[in-house]
Write a protein that binds this ligand. Structure first.
Ligand code: ZN
Length: 112
């Protein structure tokens, strides 16, 4: 977790949670929708979540409250990485990180 000048909330680095088989799984996939942690294809779109990353690190998670800012022209983070998909199985691996729920959400169209 790092404090930085680009965002009010800390950016949470989840690199420690990436699977050792990430690269292998990526190569086996079809390049369509792959989980950012394990590299496996996400087959059912209703079972995935999204994260938004910055600071040049695709595993550096930005707080949900700042997603709109992060995507805006006002964002001063030159390393903004945009949105990524994460499978529901991998979301569970992150559950012990404080406040992680504020950094992950289902795609907008699937929320009630
Ligand atoms: Zn995964």
């Amino acid at each position: 977790m790092t404090n930085n000048e680009n965002y009010k909330n800390p950016v949470i680095d989840i690199a420690d949670y990436r699977s050792d088989r990430y690269e292998i799984n990526l190569e086996m996939g079809n390049g369509h929708m792959e989980c950012i942690l394990c590299g496996k294809e996400i087959k059912h779109s209703s079972k995935h979540h999204q994260i938004v990353a910055g600071e040049g690190n695709e595993l550096g998670l930005i707080h949900k409250d700042e997603w709109d800012y992060a995507r805006s022209k006002e964002n001063t983070d030159g390393g903004f990485m945009g949105a990524w998909d994460i499978g529901s199985h991998c979301v569970k691996k992150l559950k012990d990180i404080p406040n992680i729920k504020n950094y992950i959400r289902k795609p907008l169209k699937e929320r009630i």
